[in-house]
Design a protein around this ligand. Structure first.
Ligand SMILES: Cc1ncc(COP(=O)(O)O)c(C=O)c1O
Length: 361
């Protein structure tokens, strides 16, 4: 089956599954803030419109400076990208032909870009609780130039605490290996501890961020990377001129003012996550203890979730399949946390499934 490689655009998923798309569907496959974009983006949209008659600043100086100030860095340690996806792709080019390890299951673009750039790729798998066995990783990490780690991890939603990352970073440092931590969902974590202060101590640390998820702006395309100024410069040399458009640059600055909205989002997501998990427990579904706005779920009575997946699609519920996540292929389904109303609809459909398929567990 030719499954879509990412969530969102559900019509591709229905086509691949050979299921007619119901008139009403609820998309749980893209992990975007359920509260939608901050109101201020709509209010200021006319100002952003002015930008379309100019070429954008190719150095994105204003947004870079704002981000650097916010994070306590020099602006030369920050690069803005056309989404986190462009940053990942630039890192892939920078790593051309190198030996790269990926902690799996994880976001598929790391492998994709490393493959295109002829890296030799190896994998390290998290354990069944979603944790990293650090001593085991240390043994496996021989002769690698770079290690990709997604934190919080997509698709598991598990957050690796700073202490764990510090241990891995120290190991990488001793082994002369770059540690690339993708923090696309960092701002959904309640007890997030910043890794940014480690950047000045560890020049082998690279942090990727996305503004897509928290600010619900996947169509705008905005992300950034923080790293040693030399690495930033190398990526900048590869980036196409005016890669990040002027609207995205302005909208990004506006988003940085939205501290209250970020807090409100975290609160809402936590409340909904706890409510959903209470219900899943009651109806005997398995799930991993996510710290963010999405989670992995399965019916424990079946190893492969395809029957459950098809049932949901027919009911208009669109989860993210996991066929292209190494290590869990098809054994789990991933769901975004959506609005209260949408989550209620999901729970109703789950109960309907459970009524038909009484778990033997
Ligand atoms: C872990 C992770 N990193 C990066 C990205 C890329 O995000 P964007 O290019 O929209 O900023 C995604 C998108 O799904 C993601 O899940």
């Amino acid at each position: 089956m030719n499954w879509p490689t990412h969530g969102s655009n559900p019509h591709y998923l229905y086509k691949a599954a050979g299921i007619r798309q119901p008139a009403q569907i609820y998309d749980f496959s893209a992990n975007i803030n359920p509260l939608g974009p901050p109101k201020s983006l709509r209010e200021d949209w006319d100002d952003f419109f002015q930008e379309i008659i100019y070429y954008p600043d190719p150095k994105a100086t204003s947004l870079r400076t704002r981000l650097a100030e916010q994070e306590g860095l020099h602006k030369d340690q920050v690069i803005i990208g056309n989404g986190g996806a462009e940053i990942i792709s630039l890192i892939g080019k920078w790593l051309t032909g190198k030996r790269v390890m990926i902690i799996e299951p994880s976001f598929s673009e790391y492998e994709q870009t490393c493959r295109v750039n002829e890296c030799s790729i190896s994998y390290f798998f998290i354990d069944h609780n979603g944790k990293i066995d650090v001593p085991h990783l240390s043994e496996a990490l021989t002769d690698q130039d770079a290690l990709f780690l997604c934190n919080p991890n997509n698709p598991t939603g598990i957050y690796f605490e700073k202490q764990v990352i510090e241990q891995i970073l120290t190991i990488c440092s001793e082994k002369k290996c770059y540690l690339i931590v993708d923090e696309a969902f960092y701002d959904f974590v309640d007890a997030y501890q910043s890794l940014v202060p480690l950047l000045n101590q560890f020049p082998n640390l690279i942090l990727i961020r996305s503004m897509t998820k928290m600010y619900a702006i996947p169509g705008v395309r905005l992300g950034y990377m923080m790293a040693d100024a030399e690495i930033v410069q190398s990526l900048q040399n590869q980036q196409s001129h005016w890669s990040v458009n002027g609207i995205a640059l302005k909208a990004g600055e506006r988003c940085l003012d939205e501290k209250h909205y970020v807090e409100q989002t975290r609160l809402f997501v936590r409340k909904e996550r706890e409510r959903l998990f209470r219900n899943f427990r009651k109806h005997r579904f398995d799930f991993l203890p996510s710290a963010v706005n999405f989670y992995l779920l399965r019916d424990p009575s079946m190893e492969d979730q395809s029957t459950f997946f098809q049932f949901l699609l027919k009911e208009g519920i669109v989860p993210r399949h996991t066929y292209n996540f190494p290590g869990i292929e098809g054994k789990w389904l991933r769901f975004a946390i959506r609005s209260e109303k949408e989550n209620d609809i999901l729970l109703e459909v789950m109960e309907k499934w459970r009524a038909i398929h009484q778990s033997s567990l």
